[in-house]
Design a protein. Structure first.
Length: 99
């Protein structure tokens, strides 16, 4: 499967250190170590699960936010998940958002 263009906004950083510091400065991390979600890493996660970026995995019940495969992959990469873990991540999101 060829990964289609991702729709999430991207921010260009000089290096991983700057990316990690930006996450902390903007409150995008809970203080635990993070992995910058590069296009390549997110695409690899989507490819491993054979998911299109815009595939809907579920809807968050409290706020009604749609959870796409792309957003799940971004967060999985940030948490340190390897690409081969993405099918399990996708299944977990589908399970916790099932009616």
């Amino acid at each position: 499967m060829t990964t289609r263009r991702l729709s999430s906004n991207s921010i260009d950083m000089r290096d991983a250190f700057e990316a990690i510091e930006t996450y902390f400065d903007r409150g995008w991390s809970d203080g635990l170590p993070i992995v910058p979600p590069t296009f390549e890493a997110v695409a690899a996660a989507l490819e491993a699960a054979n998911l299109a970026p815009d595939a809907i995995l579920g809807v968050e019940p409290t706020k009604g936010a749609v959870i796409t495969a792309e957003k799940a992959a971004i967060n999985a990469v940030r948490a340190g998940c390897r690409p081969e873990y993405m099918p399990v991540v996708a299944a977990a999101v589908e399970a916790i958002t099932a009616d």
